[in-house]
Design a protein around this ligand. Structure first.
Ligand SMILES: Nc1ncnc2c1ncn2[C@@H]1O[C@H](COP(=O)(O)OP(=O)(O)OP(=O)(O)O)[C@@H](O)[C@H]1O
Length: 223
């Protein structure tokens, strides 16, 4: 079953074309990576998924609940961890749901629940941002830059949590990630984007050994 279907999507910002005929799909419980250099159009695609930018051509169909962890995490610094989570469950003016399920899923947040989110480390804030997104009980989680600015051990712990959510809850993931090695090892399929277009798509393990990918994104060199 297809959860996300992006078809020939074009998005322009006052004349500049950020997305140029992009097509991408994500199935139920699938983990898909989107990699590409700065300015390739990844964040614009994420914004199009939630309707924050409008299509100039093509279409976006989302079947099921989609929740996002935006680039830069954007936790509410002056609110407690628990209140940040509650905001993620806010729907149609109704108060957020019970947060206890999130502490079961992300136990590291438990001892931090009363702390102001602004006082947490980058990794802890990223976990809050993921927890807040999970409050919406999404079918698909979209994370714009999971690892940015985080230490490798912290990233590893987040990746372990995502694997668990995928395995136990069937959560689908669209991961936008500068660290291509990380993205290709976590996800089963990947899209490579350059200058507003999808230039490669396929099985993540196959792409990880594709010389165009290794040269551009995995620190390899053309011979
Ligand atoms: N609000 C905006 N107004 C005008 N141009 C924009 C706007 N947002 C993005 N762009 C341009 O659209 C293109 C795609 O940007 P986008 O942020 O989607 O790329 P990205 O792949 O997410 O980059 P990064 O990895 O640096 O976040 C870039 O050329 C960028 O300069």
């Amino acid at each position: 079953m297809t959860l996300v279907d992006v078809s020939s999507l074009t998005v322009r910002y006052s004349g500049a074309t950020a997305l140029d005929g992009v097509s991408l799909s994500l199935d139920k419980s699938e983990m898909v990576a989107l990699i590409g250099a700065n300015g390739a159009g990844k964040s614009t695609l994420v914004k199009a998924l939630s309707g924050l930018v409008k299509a100039d051509a093509g279409r976006v169909t989302v079947d099921g609940r989609l929740a996002q962890v935006p680039e830069g995490r954007e936790v509410f610094a002056d609110l407690s961890v628990d209140d940040n989570l509650r905001l993620g469950g806010w729907r149609n003016g109704r108060r957020g749901r019970d947060t206890s399920a999130i502490y079961d899923l992300l136990p590291a947040l438990g001892p931090l629940r009363r702390r102001d989110a602004g006082t947490l480390s980058g990794g802890q804030q990223q976990m809050v941002a993921i927890g807040r997104a999970l409050m919406a009980r999404p079918d698909v989680l979209v994370i714009d830059e999971l690892s940015l600015g985080l230490a490798p051990l912290v990233v590893q712990s987040l990746v372990d949590h995502l694997r668990t959510l995928h395995r136990e809850r069937g959560l689908a993931l669209l991961l936008i990630e500068q660290n291509a090695r990380l993205a290709l090892s976590l996800c089963s399929r990947a899209y490579v984007m350059e200058a507003g277009r999808i230039v490669l798509v396929g099985d993540a393990a196959v792409l990880a050994s594709d010389e165009r990918v290794t040269a551009a994104y995995l620190g390899g060199h053309y011979e």
